[in-house]
Design a protein around this ligand. Sequence first.
Ligand SMILES: Cc1cc2nc3c(=O)[nH]c(=O)nc-3n(C[C@H](O)[C@H](O)[C@H](O)COP(=O)(O)OP(=O)(O)OC[C@H]3O[C@@H](n4cnc5c(N)ncnc54)[C@H](O)[C@@H]3O)c2cc1C
Length: 413
Amino acid sequence: MNNKNIGIIGAGIVGLATALSLQKAGFKVTLIDKEDPGMGASFGNAGLFADYARLPFAKFAMMCKMPGMLLDKTSPLSMQGRYLPNLMPYGWEFFKACFPTRYAQGKLVMRSLQELAFDTDQDLLSLTNAQDLIKSEGCLGLFATDQGLADARNGDLQERREQGVNLEFVDADQVRQLEPDLAPFYAGGVFYPDTRFTVSPVELSRRYASHFSSMGGDILQEAVEAIQPSEDSVSLRLSNSTKNFDQVVICTGVASKEMLKQIGVSIPLVSERGYHLSMNTGEKSLTRPVGWLDNSIFLTPMEDGVRLAGTAEFAFEDAPLNHKRAATMLDHAKVMLGETPTINSTWVGSRPSTPDTLPVIGRLESHPRITVGFGHGHLGLTFAAITGRLITETIQQQTTAVDLKPFSAARFN
Ligand SMILES: Cc1cc2nc3c(=O)[nH]c(=O)nc-3n(C[C@H](O)[C@H](O)[C@H](O)COP(=O)(O)OP(=O)(O)OC[C@H]3O[C@@H](n4cnc5c(N)ncnc54)[C@H](O)[C@@H]3O)c2cc1C
């Protein structure tokens, strides 16, 4: 099959990483996005290359906690009432993914991605000269009480260690030495020495985009309105024109659900909105990302201030920003910092989330000229580079570095 001329829809971090990988492999690549590169979910993340994330969210213990969390207005989990019907197929698949065999399989699969993620990222960062945007200072996850820490130590943290995560338990004194400007709200926590973070997610996307362009890649700023696959090409109807490609890659984040519906593929993808507040913390500074894990929020020191990120709000992508959620996050940040920071901006965006925590990566069985890479949920920055590599190997018809069966769109059939 002729496959030299490739169109990628979506210039978020996943589409950009894929474009660079395919370009490096010798393909002629056109990247199409209705916005500037990196302005979707990739704009607003907490900036962590989360090497420690090797456990699926879907497990029965989590499912049992969910109703209570949804009722508690201060918990990190919430739902827009009108969004409920969209959650039904997701909820059913989430339930199925909670079974111990599926959970164990999910762990294996996440570990296999993580084991390749670091080197694949490094390749991309050196290719694009973006290392200056990355810091290797590790990351802290803290608990307010001894009980919370002990539960995590015997539960998730133990499991993470078994999954090959490099982690150290730290007591309150050690936390103070690592981050002296934090208020003493913590009993202790976990330090992940290998975690890296970016000081500007959007600048990282821009750096990737500008390298792609400088190497002859085309970026079109247009919305894709329709996809028409045929036997020997794929035609994309854009707002102002129609373009034909030998193959197309769909990397449209949360919009991928609607995009695929057009061509008869149904995925229980949901919009799991997250918030960030960009803050000026005055004299107080942090060296590395710090999570308050009881409240699922992170403070990350970025180029333009400290970014407070978190919350999982199941809601339509265009629902209005919920100021109460932002205020709750700010209350937690005040406790962490021991003072009230100034807010520079507040942002909300949609994580593209699948019920089993695994992204959807690979060629569509029903449309062999279309390959997909979306559904990275909380881990799109972490898994962008490895996704690009796996998509490139797929299009080159090579054996992929990781078996793509657990990531296939068909797993939800
Ligand atoms: C608050 C928050 C914190 C997070 N923290 C982290 C973290 O620390 N580490 C981590 O790894 N991940 C994190 N994530 C998750 C991560 O940001 C996402 O998984 C990732 O950005 C998804 O990237 P993407 O390229 O798939 O989607 P997006 O960045 O959303 O890109 C999709 C692109 O497709 C374009 N598009 C959509 N429809 C069309 C169309 N019809 N025509 C043309 N273009 C179209 C959009 O304009 C957009 O640019 C966080 C997310 C949030 C919200």
